[in-house]
Design a protein around this ligand. Structure first.
Ligand code: HEC
Ligand code: HEC
Ligand code: HEC
Ligand code: HEC
Length: 182
C-alpha cells in the first residue's frame, strides 16, 4: 500500500512538472517579439514604428520589446492579459486591422485602451526599467528635469506625459485622452 502511494506521488510530481513546464514554455513563447510580429508586422504599423524608436535600438543596446510594455511581469496579471489577448485571435480572423487603413481607423480606440491600462497601474511596465528614484536629473535636459520633479511631487504617472513614445500619436489622441482624464 505504501509503495502504491509513493509511486502515485512520484507520477503526480512528474506529471505536474511536465504540465508546468509546457505551460511556462507557452507563456514564454507567446511573449517573444517574433510571436507578436507574426501578426503585427504584416499590415499594421506597430512594428514599423517600433523599429524607428529608441526602445528598439539605442546607444546602450538595451531593447524594450513588445511584451516589456504590453504584458505584465507578475503571474496573475500576466495570465489576465493573456486571456484578454485571446480576443486578438478573433479580431485577426475577422480582419479588424488587416490593412493599414483599418489599422489607422482602429488606432485611437486601441491606444486609449493601452493608456487606460497604464494609467490604472501607474505605468508599471515603464517602471520595471526606469526607476524614478535612480534618474540622474543632472544628465537630463532642462524640460525633463522640471517635469520629472513635478511628476514626483504630484504623483503624475509616466504615460500622462509620454504618449506616442514608440508608436505614432493617433489623430485626436491628445483631445480624447484629455476628455477621459488619461
Ligand atoms: C494572432 C494575431 C496576434 C498576435 C500573435 C498578437 N496580436 Fe496584438 N492584436 C491583434 C489584433 C487583430 C488586434 C486588434 C483587435 C483588438 O482590438 O483586440 C490586436 C491588438 C493589440 C493591442 C491593442 C490592444 C487593445 O487593448 O486595444 C496591443 C497593445 C497588442 N495587440 C499587442 C500585442 C503584443 C504585445 C503581442 C505579443 C505578446 C501581440 N499583440 C500578439 C492580433 C495579434
Ligand atoms: C525593457 C526596459 C524598458 C521599458 C519597459 C521601457 N523603457 Fe524607456 N528606455 C529604455 C532604454 C534602454 C532606453 C534608451 C536609453 C538610452 O540609451 O539613452 C529608453 C529610453 C526612453 C526615453 C528616451 C528616449 C525616447 O524615445 O524619447 C523615454 C522618454 C522613455 N524611455 C520612457 C519610457 C516609458 C514612458 C515607458 C513605458 C511606456 C518605457 N520607457 C518603457 C528601457 C525601457
Ligand atoms: C509631467 C510630465 C512628465 C512625467 C509625468 C514624466 N515625464 Fe519623462 N519627460 C518629460 C519631458 C518633458 C521630457 C523631455 C522630453 C524631451 O526632451 O523630448 C522627459 C524625458 C524623459 C526621458 C529622457 C531623458 C533624457 O534626458 O534622455 C526619460 C527616460 C523619461 N522621461 C522617462 C520617464 C518615466 C519613466 C516616467 C515615469 C516614472 C516619466 N518620464 C514621467 C515629462 C514627463
Ligand atoms: C516602450 C514601450 C512600448 C513598446 C516597446 C511597444 N509598445 Fe506598443 N504601445 C505603447 C504605448 C504607450 C501605447 C499607447 C499609444 C501610444 O502612446 O503611442 C502602445 C500602443 C500599441 C498598439 C495600439 C495602437 C497604437 O498605435 O496606439 C499596438 C497594436 C501596439 N502598441 C503593439 C505593439 C507591438 C506589436 C510592439 C512590438 C513590435 C510594441 N507595441 C512595442 C508602448 C510600447
Amino acid at each position: 500500500m505504501r509503495k502504491y502511494i509513493s509511486v502515485t506521488l512520484i507520477v503526480g510530481f512528474v506529471v505536474g512538472i511536465v504540465f508546468l513546464s509546457i505551460f511556462n514554455w507557452t507563456l514564454t513563447l507567446t511573449n517573444t517579439e517574433d510571436f507578436c510580429i507574426s501578426c503585427h508586422a504584416m499590415k499594421d504599423n506597430s512594428y514599423a514604428e517600433f523599429k524607428e524608436s529608441m526602445h528598439h535600438k539605442n546607444k546602450s543596446g538595451v531593447r524594450a520589446t513588445c511584451s516589456d510594455c504590453h504584458v505584465p511581469k507578475t503571474f496573475f496579471a500576466k495570465i489576465k492579459r493573456k486571456i484578454a489577448a485571446s480576443t486578438e485571435v478573433y479580431h485577426t480572423l475577422i480582419g479588424t486591422i488587416d490593412t493599414k487603413e483599418k489599422y489607422e481607423t482602429h488606432r485611437l480606440k486601441m491606444a486609449l485602451n493601452v493608456w487606460q491600462t497604464m494609467t490604472e497601474n501607474d505605468s508599471k511596465a515603464c517602471r520595471n526599467c526606469h526607476k524614478a528614484d535612480n534618474m540622474d536629473f543632472e544628465e537630463q535636459n532642462k524640460s525633463a528635469i522640471k517635469k520629472h520633479i513635478k511628476a514626483k511631487k504630484e504623483g503624475i504617472t509616466c504615460i500622462k506625459c509620454h504618449k506616442g513614445l514608440v508608436h505614432e500619436m493617433p489623430e485626436d489622441g491628445e483631445e480624447e485622452a484629455e476628455k477621459r482624464g488619461l
